[in-house]
Design a protein around this ligand. Sequence first.
Ligand SMILES: [Zn+2]
Length: 192
Amino acid sequence: MSYRSRVSSPRMLEIDAIAKTTRKAALAKAREIFLIEPTIIDLVQLTVGLVIPRPNLTYESKRLAGFLDCRGEAPEISYEEYDPVGRQHFSIAHECGHFVLHHVLASGYAHACPQSVIDPVEEDGEGNLREMSEADREAEADAFAAAFLMPREEFEASVQHYGFSARFHAFRFQVSGPALVRRWEWLRTCAQ
Ligand SMILES: [Zn+2]
C-alpha cells in the first residue's frame, strides 16, 4: 500500500507544510555558505548531518534502503550505494522525514529502513508483520520524502509550463517514475 492510503488527508497536508518549511530552511542555509545549486544530498545534509553511500547496506542481516543513526555525536544517514539514483534520493529524504517528524535525535536511536518499507509497491501491502505504529511512521516518512523532493508549487508550475510528462519530470526532480506519478496524483486529488 502506498503512503497515500495510510496517512490521513489532514496529516498529509501537515507533512506537506513541514517538508516545505524544512526545504526552505535548508535552501537558506545553502545560500549562507554560497552553495548556489544545492543537490538533494546537500539539502538533507544541511538539515540532518552527514549523508553517506554504503554498498550492500544491511542491519541485523536485513537489506536496507536507508539508515538514520543518531547514536553518535552527530546524526548520520546511510543509503544503499547500488540503488538507482532516484531511489537513493527517496531513501535519503525518507530518513530526513524520520529525523524531522519523529524526533529521533532526542531519543538517540538508530532507525533502519529495509528496502521493503520505503515507498513500497502495491503488492507489498499483504502480510504486513510490523506493528501499525511503525507502519504509520514509515508512511509518514514516505509522504515527507515525496513533498521534500517534489515541492507542490514547483511541481505545479513546471507541469503548467512544460505539460505533464512523467519521464521528463522524474528526470527534472531526480526521482523514480512511480514516485513522481504518486506525488502528482496526490497533488491533483487532495491538495487545495
Ligand atoms: Zn523508514
